[in-house]
Design a protein around this ligand. Structure first.
Ligand code: GDP
Length: 297
């Protein structure tokens, strides 16, 4: 679908004179291609521009290693710079869940993969860290959402808070907190309601819940294929609620993953996990190296 960037750059460099070090001209030519590749990968224009400028200074004057072409060398420099920018936490998969019961608040728009990710993460915490997890759905607007979480819970062997019709999200959150303390749970995860767009009511509701439970982690779940929109959603949630990390879903799709770079560059928030499918096992810790390779193609 996309032409491989390394090949594209090699073609460009074949026309340039071979020199001992990367000349400004070489670097400029290569970085024009890199910028196009970033834009094709759905990195936003200002982020791509800033990034390329940063790399330009770094690359100019670097000695060319014999074993690689200048094009490959610039790609390597860009790759390393991408990894550097994408790296937010040394161990993004390690959640702050000491001091039980630790509340984890899951937020995001409807359809982004919040409920699915809640289940995936609960399963991971249970199986990899031996945690006793309680999940609760606060989505009072779609009764099917509560059922969906209960079904997932059964499937993965994780408890869900019993559904009490007519309760408000804040009251459900309080009940979850109480149940988690009484039941000896290590973690309780609150799957908040999403909307198609951000609105005041949604934000107020999430804020109220946040104030009641003081979450140890507030994870924003966004569709990684939505690119710029995902970044805007993250900015809004962070401004109003304060998020501690991001989960990018649908990274199994054909998107190039540019949203990850824009996300880090614009919001400064670490990407903690990526969703790689609908199954309960399809969640991985975010690996900057892998996304960098994917962005470059
Ligand atoms: P919510 O409204 O944010 O709670 O979204 P859901 O968890 O209900 O997910 C919406 C749809 O996206 C469901 O069909 C999920 O199976 C699907 N989904 C969630 N995460 C992923 C993912 O990482 N990859 C793919 N391919 N589908 C996903």
């Amino acid at each position: 679908m996309f032409e491989n960037l390394s090949e594209r750059l090699s073609g460009v460099f074949d026309r340039l004179t071979k020199q001992g070090a990367l000349s400004e001209e070489d670097v400029k030519t290569a970085l024009r291609e890199v910028r196009v590749a970033l834009l094709e990968a759905d990195v936003s224009l200002p982020v791509a521009r800033d990034f390329v400028k940063k790399v330009q200074d770094q690359a100019t004057g670097q000695a060319v290693t014999k074993s690689v072409t200048p094009g490959q060398q610039v790609v390597k420099i860009v790759h390393d710079a991408l990894v550097d920018t994408l790296t937010g936490e040394e161990d993004p998969g390690k959640l702050k869940i000491d001091n039980p019961p630790a509340p984890i608040l899951m937020v995001g728009l409807q359809g982004g993969g919040k409920t699915t990710t809640t289940g995936k993460l609960a399963k991971r915490l249970k199986e990899r860290e031996g945690k006793k997890v309680l999940m609760a759905s606060l989505d009072i607007y779609r009764p099917a959402a509560m059922e969906q979480l209960a079904v997932l819970g059964q499937q993965i062997g994780v408890d869900t808070l019993p559904i009490v019709p007519g309760q408000k999200p804040v009251d459900i959150a309080k009940r979850a907190k109480q149940q988690a303390a009484m039941g000896g749970y290590d973690v309780y995860m609150l799957d908040t309601a999403g909307r198609l767009h951000i609105d005041e009511t949604l934000m107020q509701e999430v804020e109220d819940v946040r104030n009641v439970v003081s979450p140890r982690e507030t994870l924003l779940v966004v569709d990684g294929l939505t690119g710029q929109v995902a970044v805007e959603v993250a900015e809004e949630f962070d401004a109003k609620i304060g998020i501690s990390g991001v989960v990018l879903t649908r990274m199994d799709g054909d998107g190039r993953g540019g949203a990850a770079l824009s996300m880090r560059a614009v919001t400064g928030k670490p990407i903690r996990f990526v969703g790689l499918g609908e199954k309960m096992d399809a969640l991985e810790t975010f690996e900057p190296d892998r996304i960098a390779g994917r962005i470059l193609g």
